[in-house]
Structures are given as C-alpha cells and as structure tokens.
Design a protein around this ligand. Sequence first.
Ligand code: IPE
Ligand code: IPE
Ligand code: MG
Length: 239
Amino acid sequence: MTAFDPDKEIPGHIAIIMDGNGRWAAARGLPRRDGHRAGADSVEEVLRACGDLGVKYLTLYAFSSENWKRPQAEITALMGLLAHFLKEKTPVLMKNNIRLRVIGHLERLPMRNQKQLRESMAVTAGNDGLTLVVALSYGSREEIVDAARALMIEAKAGITDPATLDNETFARHLYTADFPDPDLLIRTSGECRVSNFLLWQISYAEIVITEVFWPDFRRPHLEDAIGEYQRRHRRFGGL
Ligand code: IPE
Ligand code: IPE
Ligand code: MG
C-alpha cells in the first residue's frame, strides 16, 4: 500500500478496466450477473471519490467489442443492469455536476440502451465537474481503424493532406478527440493485459494493477492507486 497525499498531484484523467466481476461471483457460488450487479456499487463509489478528489475525467471500460462473444444471457443481464444504472443514477450525475459521454459503437447496443444513453448525455451535457466516459461496445483497434477510414475519406475529398498528417490530427479522429489522454490506468483482478482498451491513448499512462476484484474496489483502493501514481516519475521519453 502506498500512502496517498491529497496535496500532491491528482491524475486529471483516470481510466479503469473494471475486471473480475465473474470471479467475484464464482468465489461466492453466485451467478456471474450477481458479480456485475455488485460492480455497479463500485462504480458509484469511484464516481463519488473522483468528484471529491477533483479528478476531471474518469473513463470506465464497461463492455468491449469482444464481450459480444459472451453467452447471450450474460449480455442481456449486462444491458439490463446498464439500463437500471442509468435510470437510477442520471439524477445523481446531475446532482454531482457530472457530464456523461460514451465511446464505442453505441449503435450496436439494444435500442432501449441507446435511447437512454443519448438522453443521459443530453441532460448532463452542460455539467462541468467530472466527465464520466463509459466505453461500451468499445475496441481500440476498431477505433484506430475508424479514424484511419475517416482520414482516408477526407484525403480523397481533399480535406486532409496525407503529407501533413501528424499525431494531433490523427488523435482528433479518435472517439476520444474531446478528452485528454489518461494519466493513470487501473486494472482490477490482477490481469496484466490491456484487452484492446485505449491503445493509442495510454502511450504514457502510468499503469497500476490491483488484485482486488472490481465488486470489492472501494475508495481506499482508488487512493492506493493514486498514491502509487504520485510515487512514479513520469519521463515521457525525456529525463
Ligand atoms: C468485467 O468482469 C466485466 C465485463 C467484462 C463486462 P468479467 O465479467 O470479465 O469478470 P471475470 O474476468 O470473468 O472475473
Ligand atoms: C476487459 O475485460 C473488458 C472490460 C472490463 C469491459 P475482459 O474480461 O473482457 O478481458 P479479457 O478477456 O480477460 O482479456
Ligand atoms: Mg474479465
């Protein structure tokens, strides 16, 4: 455990791979969906803590492009939980001045979820506290290919000149164009992999992996991860 210092730099953007819901449930002899349901409480606590600490952006990996491979019953349960969460928590987002944004192929989600997400985004659009970015049907390789496709179309139309394409122009074509890159990437449940999450954007993020399963992740775990971040020396290739 690393002591967290509220007077030191707090990461402006924290991204979290919320993993381990299934194992949390299995350890208790419960169905996987109970793990996902319990994970919603962690989301609420982390949102509150990030707001209190002055974090400006929180990106949560909720459902990957590859998660469509899971059994239909689990997908249905996850989409049901998302609907329930949005219904209950949109007023909480308003009360806490949180703006909701989504990255990923929203149009692949069930209509009900799409509609609700669009409504919550519209209602919270004017909030200027924390920005909560939820990655849904999100895959980083797809995102990069989508950006490349958009740029090729622009090049063909003469809007973008391939000769002058640079990192900044490319990044403006990613789903995350409006957000800064994550400073801190946290993955729960001990897996040491990125699983197609923000491959471009995490180039210089500090990575913290915790053994805790997502449904057990609470404010002290977040503060530990921030403490670990504060102890790191970011060099960005310099000295
Ligand atoms: C993360 O938990 C939630 C999603 C991927 C939707 P998992 O469902 O991956 O849980 P484990 O990794 O099987 O324990
Ligand atoms: C990554 O977790 C996706 C989310 C947390 C939403 P997975 O559980 O899908 O990743 P893998 O399959 O272990 O790499
Ligand atoms: Mg997993």
